[in-house]
Design a protein around this ligand. Sequence first.
Ligand code: SME
Length: 168
Amino acid sequence: MTKEEKYAALLPQVKALCEGESDMIAKMANVSALLHQEFGFWWTGFYRVNVERGMMNDEQAAAPGNSSFNTQHSSLILGPFQGPLACVHIGYGKGVCGTAWKERRTVVVPDVEEFPGHIACSSESRSEIVVPVFHGDDIIAVLDIDSRELGTFDAVDAHWLEQVAREL
Ligand code: SME
């Protein structure tokens, strides 16, 4: 089976898991388990945007979609995941996850050693993809997947994982 075929088979399962379920943690838990199990990734999980009350900094206030001036999106916090232990807090614009959040786009990293500021939660990780989870215009979380091999992720993964993220 090609990875396109795997993703195509998996997407209806993701839809079924998420349909009619409003609890985000439960959905993230099952979606990370499904992806992890099907593909045998090294680490598969979510970081949630940790919303705190307060003033945004200038950079955050300037980002499209950040309209609520007294809400501070201060950091990402570890959510449901499968795999080895991971760091708990990631700052705005920090690492691959914080970059995907800040730049509001999927980030594919073929070699983590070539990504300036990469946060090495596990020294085994060699390549990575991070996909933002949008609710309307807001990013509520990122889906982060790590591989122990170089160059695991490409535009195919980005395309399908963005569709997975839309189901949450
Ligand atoms: N490598 C990520 C940190 C999270 S772990 O990979 C689980 C990053 O640079 O944001």
